[in-house]
Design a protein around this ligand. Sequence first.
Ligand code: COA
Ligand code: AMP
Length: 630
Amino acid sequence: MAYKDIYEGWKRDPEGFWMQAAEAIDWDRKPSRALFDDNAPLYEWFADGMVNTCWNAVDRHVEAGRGAQTAIIHDSPVTGIKQKINFSQLRSRVARLAGALRAKGIEKGDRVIIYMPMVPEAVEAMLACGRIGAIHSVVFGGFAASELAVRIDDCRPKAIIAASCGIEPGRVVHYKPLLDAAIDQASHKPDFCVIFQREEEVAHLQEGRDYDWHAFQYGVEPAECVPVRGNHPAYILYTSGTTGAPKGVVRHTGGHLVALNWTMKNIYNVDPGEVFWAASDVGWVVGHSYICYAPLIHGNTTIVFEGKPVGTPDAGTFWRVISEHKVRSFFTAPTAFRAIKREDPKGEYRQKYDLSCLGALYLAGERADPDTIEWAQKILGVPVYDHWWQTETGYTIVGNPAGIEPLPVKIGSPTVAMPGYDVQILDEAGHEMPAGELGAIAVKLPLPPGTLPTLWNAEGRFRKSYLEHFPGYYETGDAGMKDEDGYLWIMARTDDVINVAGHRLSTGAMEEVLASHPDVAECAVIGVSDTLKGQIPVGFVCLTKGVNRAHDEIVRECAALVRDRIGPVAAFKLALVVDRLPKTRSGKILRATMVKIADGEDFKMPATIDDPAILDEIRDALKTVGYAGA
Ligand code: COA
Ligand code: AMP
């Protein structure tokens, strides 16, 4: 069947489409129907079914006789470890960990924070939570203690599972002190912590609160899978929004299983047994969906890669992993390819490896620039598919349905809407716009299974952030257009979210940190174009009257403050001291205009600007650090 027929089939009978997809999942009790819309515009899918995620990701493959198939490959160039875990072993390991959590009082619905680097134990911890119906919230290791504390206070975990350390090229990231500091800062205290001690650093355990990963599991009775309702939260994943308070995206169990399983063949074109690799981190949505859940649910081998595209040890690492483990479909962020291209523009490392196993490359997480796509096509010799999605949706909104029918690639477009998504371009008043015109990208409600039903403990914020601006639609926060063939073109965010090396960050959160510096009276943070990371944050600070300290000292303190409060992942290195910020007459800072100036682009002078001369001051300040066309 052609993509068009499948998409039209979904449109005619969305519930029938998803009920059929649900057949591929093992239910303890089948759902009576697909969509539950009694509470519209809040929707749920498969709400009255009973199901278990871990059963579907692990046990059922063992029961089907595939226990000896490799489930997880841990390939860690930063430690030299290579390890394979088959589905039988994975079941024993996860059941034991789940049993130990249960023995310490973790029950269905309890929250468990997971703060771990790219080790298989991170995936096992996620699955162990699912096994007993606990709701996990994984926190990315590049965040600072205070970000972890905010998440602890928001989801109120009964337990935290962490590793003693993570390993970044050239430095050990001391997770345990970060964890201790976060617990100190948070008002909510977990009952206990489980610490996976790594050889690179053995952490001090706090008597009575912290348990060693192995000792904790010793002699416990393994836990069986606990069926939960289809609308039971499988996890909460925090993501950046406009303000400093992260949004807790909730994922319901039933829809998550059905939708992710569907994507593996239809989008990523892999069959059970083949090796799938997403080079991301379990702390991001790509890691949740495509390192942990989707490949395992679908019966694929997944790779937990602990390294970087370059420097661990060289720009050939990705090709080595693909070749050595026979990767069929490979998923990463464009920034990783830009990093490789910068080090090895001719692709010489690639020539050392046999990549005949590879079927296609998938890029997401940020805009895929044409140069990067073309370079990847040239050196890999396989189709390169851009696809667009978000933490909120958990999987592709717009992509190339390669497993149904590969559609012609138009470089710069992530291709077409997937079944489940009726994607529209709207004007400010919410009218659908014709092909070729730029507007806000919105998805007609209901969103499909597996997408966010709400935000954790924040239904009002959910409605306000996503549903109220365009009634009847989900507002994606991206702007773009659709062409006459129905291909989508994603242009920019409509809010204060920026994308740094594929990491989603809030400039609003960084402004809150800068504003807390005693010498800063006012500030703005914008994302400027960067050839490696896509965007990087640049701060502008106006100093409090009477402050006459050296500017470079204040700037250094500002950078250190952001690193300390948000984390190294913010990559906030550059701040400029300016006298004034450009504003509208009503006092709104003209950030979008500042971005255009920084990137050396043409812009229209905002009609409501208070004092146009300030733009020249901003341009001059940016030129001193190599931006604004300098
Ligand atoms: N734990 C602790 N610190 C981390 C971290 C983690 N898991 N991940 C990143 N950091 C730190 C880095 O060490 C770096 O610290 P530094 O300022 O001391 O150098 C900082 O956060 C910024 O990291 P990053 O933005 O990743 O930049 P980089 O220069 O280290 O690497 C790339 C650049 C392009 C190689 C890297 O970003 C990359 O591999 N990106 C792949 C994209 C990706 O995985 N995206 C996820 C969504 S799909
Ligand atoms: P995240 O929630 O971290 O996955 O970030 C989602 C945001 O990243 C989207 O709203 C887009 O702004 C951006 N993004 C993700 N994938 C793409 C893509 N393929 N093209 C352009 N932007 C993308």
